[in-house]
Ligand binder design. Structure first.
Ligand code: TPP
Length: 374
């Protein structure tokens, strides 16, 4: 295993001092170390991975240095366009080092949303013409690979990727912890929501939120059919919810979103607000963090999501930070149709023994479709 400090110092030795990316669970230790140690102006946790590639491009243009972009392999899709139409040799030819967490590596047990992505990760880089190296887990070997990658970058003036396997980095616990003004947890908020929406249709976001929702239904011995658990496709749960809501105007649809997810594709809010939909309740559980992958900060607690929702044209918006207020709001909504935006301020963290959905995505889909059509 590589000590995060050694890896970080090795990047420094190679004159890499600017980082941009979206955190990943396999990279959580190194991302945590970067978050704690790089000046905040030199580590930009981007809204999405494509944005990170563009940010790194700007940094290179202004400094002629090689920046580093970190991401989970799920994020490759968000960068295909900037890789092929910005950084590619046949376009602007922009050098950068990529650090990509390899979820779903063949032969390593992982969740269904990572299997396909893991299988084609190497092929994707090949197809895009991006040189890539699997990062060895032994530091001296890793050092050599980093040196090779940097040489390649300098030679070709294009991105080169380090593919990071599970368990590559040694443990590191993120220090920078933001003060939190609420004791409400995401799990309590999810339980309060499910308890107060009767037979409402639910579309939940990627990460622990969907896991907590699944576990609560299981605990209650309740059906999972009402919930579409968007286990992958970060940032798109609210558009799935909008699609359902438009097709089922007589039913109430609740989207349980996250701040990281909503910020990842924030343009979706403009589309929801202007779709003339009167049966959608968009709830964002805002913990100011990418909690599911290590708790690195988002800008969620620095911005006003309700003002953004209002400015986009949501009919009703509010922000709550305790259970009673949330309950009250959900009861109020029952009586009155409309497009609602509810921000729920929650604190970071989850139960250590939190499980994962035991239904496959296909079973989830079939049950959900049946529920929608009964
Ligand atoms: C495109 C993409 N990039 C990164 C990830 C890795 N990832 C999974 S959950 C998550 C954090 C989600 O943050 P938020 O929506 O705030 O929810 P929280 O985990 O805080 O409950 C990230 C970055 C992903 N699944 N997909």
């Amino acid at each position: 295993m590589i000590k995060v400090e050694d890896f970080y110092n090795e990047l420094k030795n190679n004159q890499i001092d600017f980082y941009a990316g979206v955190p990943d669970s396999l990279l959580k230790n190194i991302c945590g170390y970067i978050t704690d140690n790089a000046p905040s102006s030199n580590n930009i946790i981007a809204s999405n991975e494509g944005g990170a590639v563009a940010l790194a491009t700007g940094y290179h243009l202004a400094t002629n240095k090689i920046p580093l972009v970190y991401m989970q392999n799920s994020g490759i899709g968000n960068c295909v366009n900037p890789f092929l139409s910005l950084t590619d040799k046949e376009v602007y030819s922009i050098p950068m080092l990529l650090m990509v967490g390899w979820r779903g590596e063949p032969g390593v047990k992982d969740e269904p949303q990572h299997i396909k992505q893991g299988k084609i990760t190497i092929e994707l880089f090949k197809t895009m013409g991006i040189e890539h190296f699997v990062l060895p887990t032994e530091f001296n070997e890793a050092k050599e690979v980093i040196a090779n990658a940097i040489n390649q970058i300098k030679l070709t003036q294009t991105p080169v990727a380090l593919i990071v396997r599970k368990g590559t980095f040694d443990e590191y616990k993120l220090n920078s912890i933001e003060e939190c003004k609420t004791s409400l947890t995401r799990e309590q908020a999810i339980q309060t929501i499910t308890d107060n929406i009767s037979d409402g249709i639910v579309v939940s976001t990627t990460g622990m939120a969907s896991r907590e929702l699944f576990e609560y239904r299981k605990k209650l011995n309740d059906t999972h059919a009402r919930d579409f658990l968007t286990v992958g496709s970060m940032g798109h749960a609210n558009q799935i919810a909008l699609g359902v809501a438009l097709a089922k105007p007589e039913r109430k649809v609740f989207c349980i979103d996250g701040d990281g997810a909503v910020i990842m594709h924030m343009g979706a809010l403009s589309i929801i607000a202007n779709a003339n939909c009167k049966n959608l309740v968009h709830i964002v559980l805002n913990n100011g963090a990418h909690d599911s992958v290590g708790g690195q900060p988002t800008v969620g607690h620095k911005i006003s999501l309700t003002e953004i929702a209002k400015a986009n044209g949501y009919e009703h918006d509010c922000s709550v930070d305790d259970q009673k207020q949330l309950e009250g709001k959900l009861q109020q909504i029952k009586e009155k149709p409309g497009l609602y935006f509810i921000e729920v301020i929650v604190k970071k963290g989850a139960r250590k023994d939190l499980g994962r959905p035991t239904n496959t995505p296909q079973t989830n889909k079939l049950l959900f479709k049946e529920f929608l059509n009964h």
